[in-house]
Design a protein around this ligand. Sequence first.
Ligand SMILES: [Zn+2]
Length: 55
Amino acid sequence: MSINKEGHLKNKMPKNPALEERINWHITHTKNCSCREMPESIRREIEKRKKGELK
Ligand SMILES: [Zn+2]
């Protein structure tokens, strides 16, 4: 586990984030940092979008 502090400073989670904002945050976060895993619920939402179930 490693925390990318700079990545966290640049990628702030908004207060009361909408689902889309949480998804985008986790996508960016995963690219920059490995301090925590992407939650299963977020992964599922990303899969749905890849399959085109939600637009
Ligand atoms: Zn992190």
